[in-house]
Design a protein around this ligand. Structure first.
Ligand code: NAD
Length: 484
């Protein structure tokens, strides 16, 4: 317990830490060794009621009276504090999520950058005057929705809080954040940072708890005017159904089965690190993981061999050892991933390489051997379903049309990567790929805080990140004044 330098068992409502209304707690486990890490509050519907009331009070009070520039300065102060505490935040994330320290630090830097970006943008979104009928002046006003609900998963808590809460606060909303029950220490640390930076009470409230309790209560609450959800497709559908009862807008950032498409003319030396890293980063538990590698037949064997070589060199071990791959989040997640690996074996698929677990990895940790599966038929379960673990499938294709058809041939549409030296092909692919982001001759653009992000098809709808998110976290009011 002493590994967490603050009391993690409370809810943060109206600028104060308090015990959850039900008085119960939930255990957090360290994925690197399976030991008990901390207790968190098991938030209830009563806590969500209190948090929504506190958020509304903030909108009616000090928070609602700040100018856009003042909100921006507050976000910049929060950003500076996140930067100061980046190492501590990375350590918390390593303990809680099992993320290697380098990745946790990158997430903390991303959180700081989101706050900086949205702090700078807070006073830059303007309405318009509209040329209209004689005798009228018509214009639009950008306004906050009011109370916004943010339900986030465990895989990238800091980045997802940065992009959704950061943008929502910039636009003047008051937020109720429900972090994931598997990992929420950095969400709690973020509440402390916001408070220390001077964010008015109630502008940000954090209620940890179970999805079906605190999460369901938040998504059903009549006092919430917008929901931002990042998580699984199944829960995303529940959130959209709940939002429909109050006809409020939702942003759904859901799963993916994102391809990187390697054409025979690609610069393979440049592509190789991206092909593997985008599959094993965060132990493959990344919504935009490149879990499918599509390779044109002429270079298929070479790409598989070179990826396999990299897989065999990967070091898998405890997050604090800061190796290439940490554990997955939970014993349950490990079971799911191992289930897919069993299917691969049963189907006789070609296991091109696995990475070994380091000797330092404790027996109680939730480790999965990163696995590269080659020659996978495009319709196979492993090539269609989101595994959410360090498993990549490699699929051969012949020519642009077939590559495109396979790339678009899943229920998902989040991100795609294209590797080619042919500019015309890059543009044709970019236009025809069904997804929210296309990267040509790179993958992920280093995080791309400025780049709008989100999915099509089962990957969700709405956009976060970039300036675009500010439109989603605000509403437009039209004013038409008749003055003769
Ligand atoms: P999940 O849907 O189980 O949980 C996500 C959040 O929803 C958690 O906070 C959970 O408590 C809450 N929740 C669960 N049931 C709920 C309910 N009935 N009502 C309200 N809230 C509820 O997802 P997960 O397994 O924790 O996360 C993995 C999924 O998230 C993957 O599918 C992944 O692709 C996706 N994801 C997407 C993005 C993106 O930006 N597109 C980013 C990260 C993760």
């Amino acid at each position: 317990m002493s590994q967490v330098p603050f009391d993690s068992s409370g809810v943060f409502v109206g600028g104060r830490w308090q015990r959850g209304a039900g008085g119960e707690t939930l255990p957090l486990f360290n994925p690197s060794d399976g030991t008990l890490l901390a207790q968190i509050a098991r938030g209830t519907a009563a806590d969500i009621d209190a948090a929504v009331a506190a958020a509304q009070a903030a909108l009616d009070g000090a928070w609602g009276q700040l100018t856009a520039a003042e909100r921006g300065r507050l976000l910049l102060r929060m950003s500076a504090r996140v930067l100061e505490q980046a190492d501590e935040l990375a350590r918390l994330e390593a303990l809680d999520v099992g993320k290697p320290l380098r990745q946790g630090r990158a997430d903390a830097m991303a959180l700081a950058r989101y706050l900086e970006f949205y702090g700078g943008a807070a006073d830059k979104l303007m309405g318009q005057t509209i040329p209209f009928a004689n005798g009228y002046t018509a214009f639009t006003l950008r306004e906050p929705h009011g109370v916004t609900g943010h339900i986030v998963p465990w895989n990238y808590p800091m980045q997802i809080i940065g992009r959704s809460v950061g943008a929502a606060l910039a636009m003047g909303n008051a937020c109720v954040l429900k972090p994931a029950e598997e990992a929420c220490l950095t969400a709690l640390a973020f509440a402390r940072i916001a408070h220390e930076a001077g964010l008015p009470a109630g502008a940000l409230n954090v209620v940890p708890g179970l999805g079906e309790e605190a999460g369901a209560a938040l998504s059903a609450h009549p006092g919430v005017q917008h929901l931002s959800f990042t998580g699984s497709v199944a829960v995303g559908r529940l959130i959209q159904t709940a939002a429909a009862q109050h006809t409020i807008p939702v942003t759904l950032e859901l799963g993916g089965k994102s391809p990187q498409i390697v054409f025979a003319d690609a610069d393979l030396d440049a592509a190789l690190p991206f092909l593997v890293n985008a599959g094993i980063q965060n132990a493959g538990q990344t919504c935009s993981a490149a879990s499918r590698i599509l390779v044109e037949r002429g270079v298929f064997d070479e790409v598989v061999a070179r990826m396999a070589e990299r897989y065999r060199a990967l070091r898998v071990g405890p997050a604090l050892d800061d190796l290439d791959v940490g554990p997955v989040i939970s014993a349950r997640q490990r079971q799911i991933v191992e289930g897919y690996l069993a299917v691969a074996h049963e189907s006789g698929l070609h296991i091109a390489a696995t990475a070994a677990r380091a000797a330092s990895a404790p027996a109680g940790g939730y480790y999965v051997q990163p696995t590269l599966v080659a020659d996978v038929p495009a319709a196979h379960r492993l090539a269609q379903e989101e595994i959410f673990g360090p498993v990549q499938v490699v699929i051969p294709f012949d020519g642009e049309a077939q590559g495109l058809a396979i790339a678009n041939g899943t229920d998902f549409g989040l991100v795609a990567g294209v590797w080619t030296r042919d500019g015309g092909r890059a543009l044709r692919m970019a236009r025809k790929l069904q997804c929210g982001q296309v990267f040509v001759n790179n993958y992920g653009a280093g995080g791309g805080i400025e780049l709008p992000f989100g999915g099509v098809k089962a990957s969700g709808h709405g956009r976060e990140k970039g300036f675009e998110a500010l439109y989603g976290f605000s509403t437009l009011k039209t004013v038409a004044i008749q003055h003769g």
